[in-house]
Structure formats: C-alpha cells, structure tokens
Design a protein around this ligand. Structure first.
Ligand SMILES: Nc1ncnc2c1ncn2[C@@H]1O[C@H](COP(=O)(O)OP(=O)(O)OP(=O)(O)O)[C@@H](O)[C@H]1O
Ligand SMILES: [Mg+2]
Length: 484
C-alpha cells in the first residue's frame, strides 16, 4: 500500500455525507478524501487543503455547484473539478462544462467508475502541466538564452525589440560585423505574431547577383537555361512569416527597384512569369554598411532605404558594453563545453580582465571564436596568444554609426568618436557637433579624475565638483571601466 503522502487528495463538496463516506471506503488505497458539506466550506478548503482534484455536487442547498464553480474560477492554480449530477440535471451539466468543469459523473455511481474518472482527470492535468512547462522552457531558451547581455545598450535593444516585434513595421538592423544582427532578426520574428510561420533568410552578399532575383522571387519553368521546373522564391516560402534580407547593402541596384515594388504592392512576378503572386511578408533587413554613404554614391536607392527602415535597430559594438563580456564569455564556455564534451571551468578573473580590456573588432563572434578555441584546447591561458595575434579596431576600418542609435539612444559610443571634424560626413548640426565634443571632453576628464583617485568614486566626484550620483551615472553612460 502506498504511503499516505503519495495519495492524491480529493475534496468532495456534497451535502450528502454518504458520498464521501462511500468513496473513502472504496478508494482509500489510492486517494485521500476530504469532505465539505456546502459550497462555502468547500471554497475555504480549496485553499487550506490544496486538493489535487474536486468532486462537486451540482445540487446543494445554499450555494449551488454552479455558483461554487464560478467562485473557483478566481482561484489561482485551481484544481480540476469533476461534477456529480443527478439524472434530471443535464442542462446544468452543460453549463458546468462551460464554466470549466473537466468531467461529470452521474449519480448514482459505481465506486470503480469514480476511481477511473479521478485517475484520468489527474493524468490529463499532469500532462497539460508538462506541456506548459516545456513550452515555457522553449520560449525561455528562444527569447533570452539566445540574446545575452545586461548592459544598458543591450537592455535598450531588447526593449525596442519587444516594442516593435508585434507590429508590421519594417526593421533595419544595423551594427558592426558580429554584433548579433541575425540573432536580433530571429528574436524579432520569434516574438511576433508570425512566430509559428517561416523565418526565411536571404544573404544578399552570398548569392551571385545573377541568381539573386530568381532566389528571391522564384522562376517559371524554361525561364532560363537550367530552369527545368518552376520554383518558388524565398518571398513565397516566407508567406505569412518574416523574410530576413541580410547584407542588404549588397543588393544590386537593378534588383532594388523590383524589391521596392514587391514591398509596396505586396506582389511580384516570378522570373519568366506573367502572373502576379501575392504574399504577406514582414521584412527585416540588416547591414553593416553605411547606407547613407551608398545612397550618396547612388549605389542604394533612397526610396528603398526608407521603405526598409521604418524602424532602425542599432546593435552596439561589444567594446561599448564591456559589462556584457563576462556574461557572454561564460555563456560560450557552457555552450562549447556541452558541444565538445569538455569541462573548461569558468574563465578566471585574470583572463576575464584581459578579455574585458580588448576592443573586439569582430565583436561577439570574435569572442565566441576565442572561447571556442579555449574550450577545444581545454586551456584558457591561450588567451595571450589569441589577443596578440588578433586584429583590433585600430587596424580595422571603423564602422560609421552616422547617427544610428543603439537601441533608442546613443550613449556610450561617444568615447570612441573622433573629434576631428568634417561637415561633409558629420553634418552641419551645431548642436550635434557641440554635444559630441563636450561628451568627449567630459569623459576624458572623468577618466582622468578616476585614475588620479585610484577609482575612488567619492573622491573623484569631489574633484570634479559634481554629485556622487551623477558621477555614477556618467561612468555608466560613457561605459568607463576600471583597468587593473
Ligand atoms: N547577445 C548575444 N548573445 C549571445 N550570442 C550572441 C549575441 N550576439 C551575437 N552572438 C553570437 O555571435 C555570433 C554572431 O552573431 P550574428 O551572426 O547574429 O552577428 P551579425 O551581426 O549578423 O554578424 P555579421 O554582420 O558578420 O553577419 C553568433 O554565433 C551569435 O550566436
Ligand atoms: Mg549576419
């Protein structure tokens, strides 16, 4: 006989005491019965006894079974309710099912029959719980495990993603190589109402330009040599879902007008075809190119740019959010330990300091590659070699942010901006220019004060003659970090 604690607890709410007496007699091997004589007592006992299941009589003096059911709706994690009904109460049974009862048993009942009902109801509930748990796990891994980062810049990105995902707006994702543009695009899709429909990626730089049109819009049989049968394009495959146009800056000029037309009219013609094909597709694109410059050079259509860019999502470079480096590094240690069945411990403080101080021209991808190598070789001390032999931003062409904000506002990017000035590229806005120069001066002065006081923030704030709080704010804003 199982121990009492393993028994499933059943609350019987019935004015007839014989019911629970009988059940207790016949089914006490598997269940523990508690009984309430009326609805009011029953509702109280739902909280005090926390039953696994409720057997509820429909007809009771005072509060009826239906009223009890109504009140139970408000109870969080309400147990399943099985109704007990007499023969003349069919209408009420229907009503009870509408109000959330899971099953009903007609009186008079066979004891074994009740046992079977109780067990199957509880099994179903367990299954439902498991499914909900799995779904939660899945969405948690989709939404949050993928997009790591707690820095202010990443919080802003996340906030914007949450705000924009449910809309139909086109989103242009901008950021240096390896900052997570593709992850951002997938997250946008996964959080949108289109999540269950396809997410189709097209890398405009990887597909030869002659083939790109057929790839995007499909082709009819015989449209060109080798077109043996009709083929759907990516736009059609993405119908009802999202199409992700990666490296959009590499889209050839000839195709840009067809793309613009397809977006504006939500329809297009296959290569070699005559009839229009209608699609309903959300468009997300990404680039690490300076599209404004490309527009000025007549390499990118400005009307297409505005169409694709109803919202800009700017991803901050990794060096502007050093606080995220430890999180990301250990996340990748876990990931690659699992993948390669290794057991490299979390990165040591000393190595972490080196990683945090590096400036990551290749952003998160470069960090990921570093960690992957450390895991594979089971040795974090190779960090010195890796850092020494890797390019940093000084030897890389720098990414022109050109007014693109990270998330919603550009903050910590300021420090890395040059103060040399060219109105042709920087624009003529006096305010923007002055803000930039002031920010640069300010961050340098703050850094100097912090260095002088050995990062004693209180002393530094006195030296700077600003409040302690505003110093903390500015340290965060400029992404200043103590280098030990
Ligand atoms: N916030 C993040 N959290 C976890 N992993 C990330 C994050 N950002 C980027 N990565 C990882 O870094 C790598 C590069 O990301 P992704 O491909 O999205 O970058 P990208 O901006 O599209 O780069 P590129 O411009 O070179 O195509 C991927 O392996 C991705 O998993
Ligand atoms: Mg990419």
């Amino acid at each position: 006989m199982p121990r009492k604690s393993e028994h499933l607890k059943v609350l019987v709410i019935d004015d007839d005491p014989n019911v629970s007496w009988m059940l207790n007699k016949g089914l006490s091997d598997d269940f523990e019965f508690k009984s309430a004589r009326d609805g009011i007592e029953g509702i109280q006992m739902v909280t005090t006894e926390a039953p696994d299941i409720i057997l509820l009589d429909i007809k009771m003096p005072g509060m009826s079974g239906l009223e009890v059911l109504e009140k139970l709706q408000k109870v969080e994690n309400r147990p399943d309710v099985v109704m007990l009904s007499g023969h003349a109460e069919t209408e009420m049974v229907v009503e009870a099912m509408k109000r959330g009862a899971s099953e009903f048993i007609r009186k008079p009942f066979e004891i074994e029959e009740v046992g079977i009902h109780l067990k199957s109801t509880i099994e179903r509930r367990k299954l439902k719980k498991e499914v909900v748990g799995l779904q939660k796990e899945l969405s948690a891994s989709r939404e949050y495990n993928m997009f790591i980062g707690e820095s202010e810049g990443m919080e802003k990105v996340r906030e914007l993603v949450d705000q924009v995902a449910p809309s139909e707006l086109t989103v242009l994702i901008r950021g240096e190589s390896g900052t997570g543009k593709e992850i951002a695009a997938r997250t946008l899709h996964n959080k949108s109402p289109r999540a269950k429909k396809p997410f189709v990626k097209v890398n405009c730089a990887a597909i030869p330009r002659d083939l790109l049109e057929a790839e995007l819009f499909g082709y009819e049989k015989g449209a060109f040599t080798g077109a043996h049968k009709t083929k759907q394009g990516r736009f059609e495959i993405a119908n009802k879902g999202t199409i992700f146009l990666d490296e959009i800056g590499d889209m050839p000029m000839e195709l840009q007008s067809k793309l613009l037309q397809a977006i504006e009219q939500q329809e297009f013609v296959r290569v070699g075809g005559v009839s229009n094909i209608r699609v309903d597709v959300r468009i997300v694109s990404a680039t690490n190119k300076n599209l404004e410059e490309a527009i000025a050079q007549k390499k990118f259509r400005d009307d297409l740019f505005y169409r694709l860019n109803e919202i800009t999502l700017g991803l901050p470079p990794l060096r502007h959010r050093p606080n995220d480096i430890p999180l990301l590094a250990n996340h990748f240690v876990d990931r690659y330990n699992k993948m390669y069945k290794k057991s490299l411990p979390d990165i040591s403080a000393e190595t972490m300091r080196k990683l945090v101080g590096f400036d990551w021209a290749g952003n998160v991808r470069q960090l990921e590659n570093f960690i992957k190598q450390m895991v594979v070789r089971n040795d974090e001390s190779i960090v010195d070699d890796l850092l020494l032999t890797s390019p940093n931003t000084a030897s890389q062409p720098s990414y022109e942010t050109n007014g693109v904000s990270y998330g919603v506002a550009m903050t910590s990017a300021v420090e890395n901006f040059s103060t040399s000035f060219d109105p042709e590229t920087d624009g003529y806005s006096l305010k923007a220019r002055v803000d930039k120069v002031v920010a640069k001066e300010e961050s340098q002065l703050i850094r100097a004060a912090l260095t002088k006081t050995n990062w004693n923030r209180r002393k530094a704030s006195q030296l700077l003659e600003i409040s302690y709080r505003s110093l903390l704010y500015k340290i965060k804003e400029y992404g200043l970090n103590e280098v030990k």
